[in-house]
Design a binder for this molecule. Structure first.
Ligand SMILES: [Ca+2]
Length: 154
């Protein structure tokens, strides 16, 4: 039986009107040695509302070092476009002789920007240019693959 590895995927839905979605979201991890299954990202409650974090799991056979995360949705629901602001992938590995597992994190590379609500503005009336990308049929498609950049040392 092949060992399985669980990765935690954390995604920020940007704080912009219309950024949230009720579409069914899927994720797939791509590694140096293979790909995970396509996994539905659905926690209890309403996922992918604007201005919220969500954390999901992908459990997979060993795909080697993760290099990309593919995110896509079924374009379902009212105004299904989704705006992703930030995201990361984490893995905790047990360390022999230590009570603490070792955390490895990879950040999603998002090289485009959007105009989002400025959450540091007490009146919430201004916007700010922040990293972001739409998964929307009128904005380059509902299926996008992001490069991962390792943010912690081996
Ligand atoms: Ca849900």
């Amino acid at each position: 039986m092949a060992d399985e590895i669980t990765y935690k995927i954390t995604l920020w839905t940007e704080h912009i009107s219309g950024a949230g979605t009720d579409a069914t979201m899927y994720g797939q991890l791509i590694g140096e040695n293979g790909k995970s299954a396509e996994v539905v990202f659905d926690n209890a409650g309403n996922d992918f509302e604007y201005g919220t974090w969500g954390t999901y799991s992908i459990t997979t056979t060993d795909i080697g070092e993760p290099t990309q995360l593919r995110l896509f949705h079924d374009n379902g629901g009212y105004r299904p476009g989704w705006c992703l602001g930030l995201g990361h992938v984490q893995h905790y590995a047990p360390v022999e002789g230590s009570r603490y597992p070792k955390l490895t994190q990879w950040n999603l590379v998002i090289d485009t920007t959007v105009e989002a609500d400025d959450l540091t503005d007490a009146f919430g009336e201004r916007t700010k240019t922040v990293p972001g990308v739409w998964l929307a049929s009128d904005s380059g498609g509902i299926d996008k693959t992001f490069n991962l950049k390792r943010s912690s040392k081996r």
